[in-house]
Design a protein around this ligand. Structure first.
Ligand code: CP
Length: 318
């Protein structure tokens, strides 16, 4: 199948749990063809000409919001960024009323980030427009999962058979959930590492098949045969009562240092969804080093979100 041929997907992208391995692969293949658009002098294709995409971000974002905006613009869609700080949300308007108001202006796709898990689904159930989840609470961040898969596949040539270590605040991480689901669907083995307080009960049930995820508390032990290491941000804003005695102790036991990365497989990839806390979950030398894929993840995020908007927003030919 031509990667730029629109495939039948559901109306909405709410999580990778609802997306088959075949569809994930098609989305990645489409992203591959859109990556080249970002290198052109004129970075535009007419695929979504005449369509309107609305970015509705109820939580802070740098990477996701700007890359959705760029992705939509590179597909020639009209893009509306709602600044919620100066919207009627501050006067008490509900999420649903805000979304219905925007819908009444005939938008085609709503991209939403929200602190509440399930907020995108609530919108998807009532709005005729396509809804794309840009991160909801601790539930899923499907486009981050896709861009991480894409980055790994580009760097390693495949995803199947790799061991990916995800380390950190698993309990609050929608990125960990989407990666766990997507990676195991494509045949990788995922090893989760965290202090016991940051590992939610039942997390292994998200894996696509039994035995494709393991869990531990010892990062040094986990790294020996790792192909990819993905530290997560400590989400102190979501933790309420602290889940760990202090940042210094956390960095000592769970921080990705140059010595730890050297203990992984030769050339292992160091990834991070961002934003990063330098010196806490990742050492600055690793974040800026040769094995770091952090900025590749950002670049790839635009192409992946172009692919998602292309397949989920309908429209004319590519
Ligand atoms: N990875 C990620 O979601 O980053 P932002 O919060 O900057 O969008």
């Amino acid at each position: 199948m031509n990667a730029a041929t629109r495939i039948a997907v559901g109306k909405d992208l709410l999580g990778l749990a609802d997306v088959s391995a075949d569809t994930i692969t098609t989305l990645l293949n489409t992203a591959e063809s859109f990556l080249e658009v970002g290198t052109r002098t004129v970075k535009k294709v007419p695929a979504l000409r005449g369509k309107t995409v609305v970015n509705l971000f109820f939580e802070p974002s740098t990477r996701t919001r700007t890359s959705f905006e760029l992705a939509a613009k590179r597909l020639s869609a009209d893009v509306l960024n709602i600044n919620l700080g100066v919207s009627s949300v501050v006067k008490g308007e509900t999420l649903l009323d805000t979304a219905r108001t925007i819908q009444a202006m005939s938008v085609d796709t709503v991209v939403i980030r929200h602190a509440a898990s399930g907020a995108p689904k609530m919108l998807a159930d009532v709005l005729p427009s396509h809804v794309i989840n840009a991160g909801d609470g601790a539930h899923e961040h499907p486009t981050q999962g896709l861009l991480d898969l894409f980055t790994i596949r580009r760097a390693r040539g495949c995803v199947a058979g790799l061991k990916v270590v995800i380390v950190g605040d698993i309990a609050h991480s929608r990125v960990a959930r989407s990666n766990l689901i997507g990676l195991t669907k494509l045949g990788a083995h995922v090893h989760l590492v965290a202090p016991p307080t940051m590992i939610p009960v039942g997390i292994a049930a998200l894996a696509s098949a039994p035995g494709t995820v393991t869990i531990g508390n010892d990062l040094d032990q986990a790294l020996a045969d790792a192909d990819v290491v993905m530290p997560l941000r400590l989400q102190l804003e979501r933790q309420g009562a602290p889940l760990f005695p202090g940042k210094r102790e956390y960095a000592h036991l769970f921080g990705l240092t140059p010595a730890r990365l050297a203990a992984a497989r030769a050339g292992a990839l160091a990834m991070h969804p961002g934003p990063i806390n330098r010196g806490v979950e990742i050492d600055a030398t690793v974040a800026d080093g040769d094995q770091s894929a952090i900025l590749d993840q950002v670049t790839n995020g635009v192409a992946v979100r172009m692919a998602v908007l292309f397949h989920y927003s309908g429209g004319g030919g590519a």
